[in-house]
Design a protein around this ligand. Sequence first.
Ligand code: UN1
Length: 523
Amino acid sequence: MAQAKKALAKNRSKPQVQRHARASVKNFNNYIGGKWVQSESGEVFENINPADTQDVIGRFPLSTAADVNAAVNAAQQAYDGWRNTPAPRRAEILFRLGEILIRNKDRFAADMTREMGKVLKETGGDVQEAIDCTYYTAGEGRRLHGFTTPAEMPDKFAMCVRQPVGLCGLITPWNFPMAIPSWKLIPALVCGNTVVIKPAEDTPLSTYNLVQACEEAGIAPGVVNLVTGYGENAGAAITNHPALRLISFTGSTETGRIVASACAERNAICSLEMGGKNVIIVMDDADIDLAIEGALWGAFGTSGQRCTASSRLVVHKKVYKQFSRKLVERTKALRIGNGADPKTDVGPVINADAVKKIMKYIEIGEQEDGATLACGGKRLTRGEYARGYFIEPTVFTDVAPDMRIAQEEIFGPVTAVIPTKSLDEAVEIANGVRYGLSAAIYTRDVNRAFRAMNDMYTGIFYVNASTIGAEVHLPFGGTKATGNGHREAGTQVLDIFSEWKSIYVDYSGKLQRAQIDTVEGIG
Ligand code: UN1
């Protein structure tokens, strides 16, 4: 019997390594110093299809601190060669990587649907986001601008350049298994860093595909190292490794806090991208049908498993009934199923733990005084659903802003409709959570749109569009408990993966003391 992903995860400190010989199941390796190698532990874990838990995609190394060490050593050895490769040359290799991703887009998308569950259209989008990121960021290889500025002394030149940070540890989540690794990997590389990357244990294959494409593109051995495994072992070893100058993490706020304190202990740079409780505000002058489209896509795309998911819908009282009725009607019509079936709208959730957590929140919602379970709410277990992790798209109406389902990140196909009487109140409700990733407003009134744009304290804001669908050339990230002040994507990501070096060249031939010596003629 296949071990479900979370059969392992439940007992993470003591992973149950699969013991049944399964000749047909493929074995995958770590990639360290340009070689595909097993874990020194000799142990593996299984990658399981969340739509059919009997479908074992492959066995991946259950890596330990020793594997991480080997990967860090390889990254160290490759570092000087890579950082001294001119940035435009590094970028040329990355453009080749982009071409390889394009050629393999359909295969990578199919692999991703099989290991992660989301529908093929969306996994195609995920690979496309990695392609976009690769092309866009590779373009920075011929920019990576610094600046010059007048020095305060005569015969002195002042400038500022970007230098790589050094060796970087990248820890990535399962919901965007190629896009998010690319958001970290590509800028790290273009800036001249070498990396160790650990993908989420639920979706190692997509990162494996990305790293294999890096090898095919001709990135030198040791520049990119892949180590698969669990957070407790491989992840912790990366976070705590003294030679890794920077840790870039996307995942839960709880784990992010652990990563941040470990980095603080050893003065490592730390960039975090964590939870969200995103909101769509629907005003009484909105195009309601358009708002419904946005809400459905934002709440149930990727089965609600996006940091940017529209998990709250704050709707003006004048259109509340009409909006709720239409939303429930359309939600009920969504087809749930295997993401590989083109007729499917909503795929499974990622694993058994996710089912447990989401069902728990549905129960909490049902118990909350005043909230109405308007549709969905059940796990599907019969027929085609028997072997997967399927949960009905779920809408709660009459939700109060302080209820747990309106405050906590559920990360599943559940959304909460909250009535409001005015824009001011809507903005207050919308800002009244601990996260600050994405917000949206549907209105035809430009003044209201700009008012909300000004007052929402989030990293991303949309007008007449859903909370999901960020593009790679704009910065991505959030305020409050969503992040720690950094932004991925855009050119802003370069500020994570490079550090500024200020350079002064004094060609006066004499000692000139800044702030002390005065320039002749002025004082
Ligand atoms: C995430 O959920 O962590 O904006 C990333 C979006 C996608 C990225 C989501 N482009 O929804």
